[in-house]
Write a protein of this length. Structure first.
Length: 365
């Protein structure tokens, strides 16, 4: 049965949620379904989208100001309603809170079956006022399902005042991204520690930089792959520590598999997560990995001292100690590397997308 499916998200600019949604849309397109991705705001896509998938941008730019916020809200909802009335999708799927709310309202108005998904720590929901909380509960409670990427996110979501008592939640973990073949290119002339992610305070790169500065005399560098609004602050921190020649902010990279493959170790220093895709990628490449035991996700991916190391004390000192340990223990590195690759089985795209497919079919019955 060929389905008409609409996916809704803020943008495809880059990030874990955006990658999973684009991959999921691509999966349904490959299955022969009619797929449309609706982005609330315009931003150049960071992901390769198959030609069969159309992308519709609701707004080219978003201005600031209280008056414009009202115009933005009205315009967003009206355009979504018009698209749903025109296309009559069999099911709509959205990722991230703001997109979930607008899509859910449009779906309710047009009687379209819909699924919403929270992708990160839901602490921001506690900041909602009474009316926002009631609106969120109304939208989420009427969804066919509310999907979380980890059990931790699901539990935290159900503990928020707005979503307490929700009975339609489901956990579907993130799939491992199939990375390309490793090249023979020289990507860095020295051994290095690798970190990957958006340059944002949430990702904890400031903690990693401090931890790296505390390491003993290892002849290696720290490479941080990614872009974001914290670039200047992180570079200033690097400069203050006098580590300009050791720590490099190298921007986004298309051949990320090369960086995982040749890294001595991978470090995820995040303050919070949902279900970190970059950790999955590192493990899938057999890169010995260390992760802060933050909320949420790492502890559901890593079994401590089996396929990686979890840092319980979320400090630069504790992170440095774990980095020192792994860099100095070749047998541990080999053990973690061998076990890490099992993530390609437990989090295979086939397994994960089959669960999404079943959920969509259940939603339209």
């Amino acid at each position: 049965m060929k389905l008409k499916l609409h996916f809704v998200i803020n943008s495809l600019h880059g990030g874990g949620a955006e990658r999973v949604l684009s991959s999921l849309a691509s999966f349904f397109d490959a299955q022969g379904h009619d797929v449309l991705i609706i982005c609330l705001n315009y931003a150049k896509s960071a992901y390769e989208i198959p030609k069969g998938i159309k992308i519709h941008y609701l707004l080219k730019e978003r201005k600031k100001g209280l008056l414009y916020r009202g115009v933005y809200a009205y315009s967003t909802l009206k355009m979504l309603v018009d698209i749903f009335k025109r296309d009559r999708p069999d099911c709509a799927i959205s990722f991230m809170t703001s997109a979930n709310i607008w899509m859910g309202l449009a779906a309710r108005i047009t009687k379209t079956p819909y699924i919403v998904s929270e992708r990160i720590n839901p602490d921001h929901i506690e900041e909602f006022n009474y009316l926002q909380g009631r609106l969120l509960k109304e939208v989420y409670s009427k969804a066919k399902s509310v999907v979380a990427p980890s059990r931790g996110v699901e539990i935290a979501m159900l503990q928020t005042k707005a979503l307490r008592g929700l009975e339609n939640t489901k956990v579907i973990i993130n799939p491992v991204k199939e990375l390309g073949k490793v090249s023979n290119n020289v990507i860095h002339t020295k051994s290095y520690v690798l970190a990957v992610g958006r340059l944002d305070r949430q990702k904890g790169f400031d903690i990693l930089i401090e931890a790296f500065s505390k390491l003993k005399k290892h002849d290696l560098d720290l490479l941080i792959v990614g872009e974001g609004n914290e670039r200047k602050a992180l570079q200033d921190q690097i400069n203050r520590l006098g580590l300009q020649n050791k720590i490099k902010l190298i921007g986004a990279k298309s051949q990320i598999q090369d960086y995982y493959h040749y890294a001595e170790i991978f470090v995820l220093p995040s303050r919070n997560e949902g279900y970190p895709n970059v950790l999955l990628e590192a493990l899938s490449m057999g890169c010995p990995s260390i992760a802060m035991d933050c909320e949420f996700g790492p502890s559901e991916i890593i079994v401590h001292e089996e396929n990686g190391l979890l840092v319980k004390e979320k400090t630069a000192e504790a992170l440095a100690a774990n980095m020192e340990r792994l860099l100095s223990d070749s047998l541990l590195k080999k053990k973690l590397s061998n076990n890490a690759r099992l993530i390609n089985i437990t989090n295979s795209s086939e397994e994960v997308f089959a669960k999404w497919q079943n959920l969509v079919y259940e939603s339209i019955q």
